[in-house]
Ligand binder design. Structure first.
Ligand SMILES: Nc1nc2c(c(=O)[nH]1)N[C@H]1C(S)=C(S)[C@@H](COP(=O)(O)O)O[C@H]1N2
Ligand SMILES: [Mo]
Length: 439
């Protein structure tokens, strides 16, 4: 006989959408109700006490803790995917394994990296940041000096404009969430608001932009409008509590929360205040969006509302029918995520996911919702909304606006189009195997 209380709560726990999807209320009604709803779907086997004493690792003292710890050797497969694993000297991408991690912050060793000429081996005692141009007084900052300024911490995702670009392809791909969306990561960044340093140099009212330049061999530079600089630009020195990783800009980077990754200049050495953008190669060509009619966006600053399901996802398959948690991340350049809807029938019916607290602006938000897989075919998909009223477009909407894999005339690059923020769909077949599809 089922417990009466659990039975009445079970009624609140009818699936909220087709194909066995529950919604965020399943978490509010509490563990007992969820457990009742899961009756008949036990994940665990009966326990026998002696199984706890048999294991060899319990029979002898363990390994002493080292000065800097790496994950368990059983987690050796949880690594970034890198485009030139043999160190070939060219631009490099390292992609975050979203399907193998959880929570909202990317561990530093798994943070995505894009670099054109590799990470320079910067001696922090010799590195300097110069701020000059349209200022009252140009200044030079050593790291020692910067460490004396008041700092602040904030959570922010960093996403390459080219993240998710494979999804401009008209054909579905045999690809993991890492391959499709691995060029976005999220960290707690600590550093000095750029405005603090600009108060010291002074700002000539004629200054409308800054040009930020890195000290890697290419000396890449990008222009940033003064509005963003005064809003929330940061000279970041720490990443998830430790000094910024070499690949992410050690010893300092420009952080522009929510904006195109390419603008967030790493290994930062120079900021010049100017009247006009520089129209460098990354703003005049590489990160330019070509529209179906042939026109281009002059700039595409914002990384707009996006979400994707990380589990289940390709290679993270289902072993048998029953209960699973659907989990993923959502983020937006225009504020906090306010709502995530999930579908298990390819977008025909939707249930609202629970958003895990705390929900920070311009940072990853983890969404979760229980799902009872009946063993039949399903197509999983998520869509996100933010507090500014922006939302993740349907695939139809974004393609109508931006085209499919539009090519720069004469270019051999398959996906020059960037900033894909439509939904990602995962199909589940009867064997529980998860694959990328277009729904
Ligand atoms: N100095 C410098 N800054 C750079 C780059 C670079 O190659 N050199 N790559 C840019 C690109 S294309 C992106 S998407 C972001 C990626 O930041 P991440 O490596 O911390 O993820 O850094 C940007 N900043
Ligand atoms: Mo990028």
């Amino acid at each position: 006989m089922p417990d009466k209380r659990a039975t009445s709560r079970w009624e609140d726990l009818q699936p909220a959408a087709e194909n066995g999807l529950f919604d965020r209320r399943a978490f509010f009604t509490g563990g007992a109700a969820l457990a009742a709803a899961m009756t008949g779907y036990s994940f665990s086997e009966a326990a026998r006490a002696q199984t706890l004493t048999d294991d060899p690792w319990s029979a002898a003292p363990g390994t002493p803790t080292g000065p800097y710890e790496s994950p368990s050797r059983f987690e050796n497969h949880v690594v970034r995917q890198i485009t030139n694993p043999n160190g070939e000297p060219r631009g490099q991408q390292s992609k975050t394994p979203h399907h193998l991690i959880d929570g909202t912050f990317t561990p530093n060793g798994l943070h995505s990296v894009i670099s054109r000429t590799g990470a320079p081996d910067i001696d922090p005692d010799r590195h300097q940041l110069v701020i000059h141009g349209l200022v009252r007084q140009p200044l030079r900052f050593t790291l020692d000096r910067l460490m004396r300024y008041p700092m602040e911490s904030r959570f922010a995702f960093v996403e390459c404009g080219g993240n998710s670009a494979p999804l401009w392809s008209p054909e579905a791909m045999d690809a993991t969430v890492q391959q499709l969306h691995g060029l976005v990561s999220c960290a707690e960044w600590t550093g000095i608001p750029l405005t603090t340093l600009l108060e010291e140099t002074g700002i000539d009212p004629a200054a409308k932009w800054i040009i930020a330049e890195g000290s890697d061999a290419l000396a890449p530079h990008r222009s940033v409008p003064m509005g963003k600089v005064l809003d929330d630009a940061m000279i970041a020195l720490f990443q998830n509590g430790e000094r910024i990783m070499p690949g992410n800009g050690y010893p300092m980077r420009l952080l522009l929360p929510g904006w195109e990754g390419n603008m967030q200049v790493k290994w930062l050495r120079r900021i010049e205040l100017v009247t006009q953008p520089s129209m460098s190669i990354y703003e005049a060509r590489t990160y330019t969006q070509i529209l179906p009619g042939g026109d281009a966006y002059k700039f595409h600053f914002l990384q707009e509302v996006k979400s994707f399901i990380t589990r289940p996802s390709p290679t993270v398959n289902l072993s048998e029918p029953g209960f699973y948690e659907i989990s993923g991340v959502a983020y937006s350049a225009t504020g906090r995520i306010s709502k995530v809807l999930v579908s298990a029938d390819g977008g025909q019916t939707w249930a609202e996911a629970a958003l895990q607290d705390p929900v920070h602006p311009k940072a990853f938000t983890r969404f979760r919702l229980p799902w009872r897989w009946d063993g039949g075919p399903a197509v999983l998909q998520s869509r996100a909304w933010d507090e500014s009223g922006n939302f993740q477009p349907t695939r139809e909407q974004i393609i109508a606006h931006r085209g499919v894999a539009s090519r720069v005339p004469g270019s051999t690059n398959a996906f020059p189009n960037q900033h894909y923020n439509g939904p990602t769909s995962w199909s589940v077949d009867e064997a529980g195997e998860v694959k990328h599809v277009y729904a």
